[in-house]
Design a protein around this ligand. Sequence first.
Ligand SMILES: CC(C)(COP(=O)(O)OP(=O)(O)OC[C@H]1O[C@@H](n2cnc3c(N)ncnc32)[C@H](O)[C@@H]1OP(=O)(O)O)[C@@H](O)C(=O)NCCC(=O)NCCS
Length: 139
Amino acid sequence: MNIQEMTIADYEEVAALWRKTEGIGLHDDVDSKEGVANYLERNPSLSFVARENGKIVGAVLCGHDGRRGYLNHLAVDSACRGRGIGKALAAHCLEGLKKAGISRCNIHVFADNQHGHSFWKHLGWSERNDLKVMYCRLT
Ligand SMILES: CC(C)(COP(=O)(O)OP(=O)(O)OC[C@H]1O[C@@H](n2cnc3c(N)ncnc32)[C@H](O)[C@@H]1OP(=O)(O)O)[C@@H](O)C(=O)NCCC(=O)NCCS
């Protein structure tokens, strides 16, 4: 298994992994090829794929807004879990954020994704109960 920076050439394979992974919510607009291309362009060297025998078995998007980091869509193929791939992908992101001078990172986890909550807690992440995520559509 090796970890490489995600490029837009990986999009179709990564999107297929996200689509089949429980706990990952995709939106047609922001998660389109164009949306992910914009994200990768704005946040170079922060998003990664894990490959095994050439096939993508894990992926994560990461970026920052100049003050805080954001980690999105961490997914590992169900056949390859429990081998340190998720942890390694997250560590690559946090290392990249640190190098960019970012000292905090957020992640959105679905409220009913108990598996995701316990994974992040196991890695030392803290839960915030004082916030609710709100959003609006611009188009
Ligand atoms: C969550 C996920 C990314 C973990 O990937 P993974 O490759 O299986 O995890 P790792 O093998 O790297 O595990 C790293 C550590 O976390 C632990 N761990 C893994 N899943 C865990 C869970 N659900 N609860 C608690 N600990 C967990 C492992 O035992 C390991 O512990 P160690 O480092 O002390 O030995 C993967 O299960 C997945 O894709 N889940 C569905 C999508 C999802 O929920 N993503 C997260 C929400 S955004």
